[in-house]
Design a protein around this ligand. Structure first.
Ligand code: SF4
Ligand code: SF4
Ligand code: SF4
Length: 306
């Protein structure tokens, strides 16, 4: 049965976001609020940088508010931070990315006002935006969410309704991957990566892909082939997975943006699991100065090279 998930609370959440955003802009506490405005088509919501208190009265929170807005606080979006102090609307999962960016000294906590949202879930890929949220169309990450209540926000908008227990699909998918032999796993990823068209949407949408010069764009010398061909595709995905290991906040935005339906977040979660088992590290739980791959400990058992 495709049960509807109660998101009637999002009306009050929207009102609370608008009220806080208007206050912050009117009192001059921030120069802009990063939030969601209604999109051109009915039911859609788009990321928006709002600098005007009147416009802030149009901000929304609905199941279509899928984007991780933490992206707009990175140096990849310098034009946003140049506006001055910012406020950001953040779901619990977005806050994990914010914590990671603070740990990497990309954001100073005191320079951002976090408007947290109590979140029952958002739409999964390919859901018509005006559809009510249901057990079937909810984003896969929301099925096993542990951060419905945002932690560490300056203010929390909305109150959670009673949430249904949903069957996790990501854990099962990971268990299937784990059960494969190394050869089967290699064949699995080779098949998926062969579809990659190198559009780089996964990189553009990721809050942790903020390098001003990406190694994968260099052609003198060329580290990674830029055209979509099997060897270059494999190299691109290995470089990206390693660069994000211990940093990826699991927002699944890369997977949502991928036009070729490549299970990128499965790879991210596999890497996260390895990092947890090897170093007891989980990204985005608290701002840390360095991830485990950027740290040296004398008591490390060095099992990774044995
Ligand atoms: S993972 Fe949790 S916080 Fe993030 S959108 Fe889904 S329900 Fe909301
Ligand atoms: S790699 Fe994907 S899931 Fe991880 S932080 Fe970047 S966009 Fe989010
Ligand atoms: S978004 Fe998908 S198709 Fe585009 S570069 Fe990333 S993995 Fe390849």
């Amino acid at each position: 049965m495709n049960t509807i998930i109660d998101t009637s609370c999002y009306t009050a959440t929207t009102e609370a976001i608008r009220k806080e955003a208007v206050r912050l802009l009117t009192e001059g506490e921030v120069a802009a609020v990063i939030g969601y405005l209604p999109g051109r088509r009915t039911g859609t919501a788009v990321p928006a940088i709002v600098t005007d208190a009147d416009k802030a009265k149009e901000l929304v929170f609905t199941p279509a508010c899928v984007n991780n807005l933490a992206l707009y606080l990175t140096k990849a979006k310098k034009e946003v931070s140049r506006k001055g102090k910012l406020a950001i609307v953040a779901k619990g999962c977005d806050l994990r990315a914010l914590a990671g960016l603070m740990g990497e000294s990309q954001i100073k906590r005191e320079e951002v006002v976090v408007i947290g949202v109590a979140c029952a879930g958002v739409h999964g890929a390919n859901t018509p935006p005006a559809e009510p949220l249901t057990e079937e169309n909810i984003a896969r990450k929301c099925r096993e969410c542990t951060v419905h209540e945002p932690h560490g926000a300056d203010v929390v908008c909305g109150t959670l309704p009673a949430l249904p227990a949903l069957t996790p699909v990501e854990q099962e998918e990971l268990a299937r991957l784990e059960a494969m032999t190394p050869q089967e796993r290699w064949a699995f990823w080779k098949e998926h990566f062969s579809r990659c068209v190198k559009c780089l949407a996964c990189r553009s949408i990721c809050p942790f892909c903020y390098c001003e010069q990406c190694l994968c764009d260099r052609n003198r010398p060329q580290a990674v082939e830029t055209s979509p061909r099997p060897a270059g595709n494999m190299a691109w995905h290995i470089v990206r997975a390693m660069h994000l290991a211990g940093r990826c906040a699991g927002c699944a935005e890369c997977e949502r943006a991928c036009p070729m339906d490549i299970p990128l977040n499965l790879l991210n979660r596999k890497m996260a699991q390895e990092l947890k088992e090897l170093y007891g590290h989980e990204a985005g739980l608290e701002p840390k100065e360095k991830g485990p791959l950027a740290e040296y400990r004398e008591d490390d058992d060095q099992s990774f090279i044995k």
